[in-house]
Design a protein around this ligand. Structure first.
Ligand code: ATP
Ligand code: LTN
Length: 332
């Protein structure tokens, strides 16, 4: 019997507890995490070690990490179907990152768009961790021999590095790591800011620029009403109308249709109608998630037990790979 059981491909992804996630995080990544649970062996982490590349107040990091766990459960991540854990609880991540550092070139890290963006944003704290961020991310992925990595489009450069490091290590020592592939949504891989549709929606931006996953119906209505559109007055899905197209992207992603289908449904209608329908859809999906999240936040013992179970399962896999790497690199 056992021999006939087909092994499912391994999926790994993570989200930083750097603040409350936005609907950009949800559409670009979390929604896929939920959808992939049955078909794949999924391993998901809250990337708290990544979050400290930007200065964090300890009490706030602690609260945000707990809240992110609660939110993942509320979105439908099921700890009985997948491995859900806190990155810092498995020290193999930091250790493999160090080992991989020695096969990574400074040039390939300093070229990263995210490094350049964050260096500009945090001028007084351009720390080595900010530069090394993609190596830690590669370590996360490679420890689990993951094949598919569901992330938003903004992470493609980092994934490319993870692939390069896997191949570089395999060539230098002998085949050790699975070379991972991205799993990026066809539409909605990059949700834009409601205030500036030329920039990605980001949780560290001004609150009017994003819809938070825990925003109340009133907040959602207010922010969508204020979302930047244009003076064309006709609903089209096209690069010339980035604001309207972004609203169509969000509308479509929350209803499982394509943005082109959404645009067709609003033919001849005004921006006000699109905004009202979008608000209604967002409220419908986000209200149960918000309520569930509050419930999980009230049960710290349950959250701790989920994290412990995840840690044990993740550690068993991670240390197996790490032992192999150490042996191949010549450690006694
Ligand atoms: P920060 O804004 O603090 O830099 P972030 O939101 O970019 O953080 P994470 O929280 O680690 O970073 O992102 C989690 C996931 O959400 C990643 O897979 C990322 O690609 C995706 N994501 C982030 N922003 C967007 C967006 N605007 N549209 C689509 N996907 C996104
Ligand atoms: N950098 C990622 C979060 C992240 C991640 C990972 C994603 C950390 N480790 C491993 C996929 C696989 C981001 O999305 N900002």
């Amino acid at each position: 019997m056992e021999a006939n059981v087909e092994k499912k491909p391994i999926v790994f992804s993570a989200v930083q507890p750097s603040g409350l996630p936005t609907i950009g995080n949800y559409i670009g990544a979390l929604k896929n995490w939920v959808n992939m649970q049955d078909e794949f062996d999924c391993i998901y982490a809250v990337a708290d070690l990544h979050a400290i590349t930007v200065r964090q107040e300890p009490a706030k990091l602690r609260a945000n990490s707990m809240q992110m766990m609660a939110l993942l459960l509320a979105c439908g991540i099921d700890p009985d179907k997948c491995v859900l854990f806190m990155q810092s609880h498995v020290s193999a991540h930091s250790e493999l990152a160090w080992l991989l550092n020695t096969i990574t070139y400074i040039g390939e890290l300093s070229r990263m768009t995210q490094f350049k963006d964050k260096s500009r944003k945090h001028e007084s704290n351009i720390n080595v961790g900010l530069l090394d961020y993609p190596v830690l991310m590669a370590a996360d992925i490679l420890l689990y021999q993951a094949e598919y990595i569901p992330v938003g489009k903004d992470q493609t450069q980092h994934l490319e590095l993870a692939r390069d490091l896997a191949e570089r290590f395999n060539n230098a020592y002998s085949p050790t790591f699975t070379v991972p592939k991205g799993y990026i949504p066809k539409t909605g891989g990059r949700i834009m800011s409601l205030q500036d549709p030329m920039h990605k929606m980001s949780k560290s931006d001004d609150a009017n620029a994003f819809i938070g996953m825990l925003d109340t119906p009133d907040e959602i209505a207010r922010k969508i009403k204020r979302a930047v559109t244009d003076s064309v007055g006709v609903i089209n899905y096209c690069p010339e109308q980035p604001g309207v197209s972004n609203l169509l992207d969000i509308y479509a992603a929350f209803g499982d249709e394509t943005p082109e289908q959404a645009a067709a449904a609003f033919e001849g209608k005004g921006y006000g109608e699109l905004k009202a329908a979008l608000t209604e859809r967002l409220v419908e999906v986000l209200t149960p998630i918000r309520e569930n999240c509050t419930r999980y936040m009230g049960d710290k013992a349950y959250l701790q037990s989920v994290m412990k179970k995840g840690e044990d399962a993740a550690a068993a896999m991670a240390y197996r790979t790490l032992a192999k790497v150490r042996r191949k690199m010549g450690f006694i």
